[in-house]
Design a protein around this ligand. Structure first.
Ligand code: PEP
Length: 247
């Protein structure tokens, strides 16, 4: 299975910065790439990213999607709207959305369902806080978060991507060790295996301060199928180094 390296730009970017970043990224991949590459960008920039990346190895997606199909949900962006802009991916359940926007496991599951219904692959984020890890609850938390999605999208669970993102590692510069990450990925893999005969199709990404220096060791783990990369994805040179480590 090819690894997937997905950038999460979060709320960063401008028309000028995006263009420079994507030209450097696409240029750096022009000679060939052996991993799947994605950028998940703020919704207002999807048309720009579609224009700049069409015909390149870089696919694109959103950082969130509505749990609703359509209707009176001011400010929300539906999966069908994302599809209009060629989105291949939608992150759902990022810890920043769970934390700052009150997204529950059930809401995240419905978002994943909406994405799938429109042919968009949800990148379902799960991960424990520092306090939960300290209490020994890491496994319970990530399994509960994934179980909610399995429950709702059961028959097409093999169509999702999972991202294990320990909350304490996101944007902090503190990365899970390869052994810590692999241990959680193995738990998630087993949970997926119990839910689907096609679980090997599901890529489980690691996210949390992945960078050019630690990517190779993390990506060498047997159940780490790629990375979800925040700040390092905003630096084309470093993002390209991470992609090279996955190739
Ligand atoms: C993220 O936001 O998904 C993320 C992994 O961020 P960072 O790489 O900056 O820790």
């Amino acid at each position: 299975m090819r690894k997937l390296i997905a950038g999460n730009w979060k709320m960063h970017g401008s028309l000028a910065d995006n263009e420079a970043l994507l030209r450097a990224l696409c240029g750096g991949l022009a000679a060939g790439v052996h991993a799947d590459v994605a950028v998940c960008v703020p919704a207002p920039y999807l048309a720009q990213v579609q224009a700049l990346c069409t015909g390149s190895p870089v696919t694109w997606g959103a950082q969130d999607v509505s749990a609703h199909e359509a209707g009176p949900y001011t400010g929300e962006v539906s999966a069908s709207m994302l599809r209009d802009f060629g989105c291949r991916w939608a992150i759902v359940g990022h810890s920043e959305r769970r934390q700052y926007h009150g997204e529950t496991d059930e809401i995240v599951a419905r978002k994943a369902q909406q994405a799938l219904a429109c042919g968009i692959t949800p990148i379902v984020c799960v991960g424990e806080t520092e306090a939960e890890r300290a209490q020994g609850d890491t496994e319970i938390v990530v399994k509960r978060q994934l179980a909610a999605v399995i429950h709702v999208v059961r028959h097409c669970i093999s169509e999702i991507v999972v991202a294990y993102e320990p909350v304490w590692a996101i944007g902090t510069g503190r990365t899970a060790t390869p052994e810590q990450a692999q241990a959680v990925h193995a738990v998630l893999r087993a949970q997926l295996r119990a839910a689907s005969a096609s679980e090997r199709r599901v890529r489980i990404l690691y996210g949390g301060s992945m960078n050019a220096g630690n990517a190779a060791a993390l990506l060498a783990q047997p159940d780490i199928d790629g990375g979800l990369i925040g700040s390092a994805s905003l630096r084309a040179h470093e993002f390209l180094q991470i992609i090279a480590a996955a190739s």
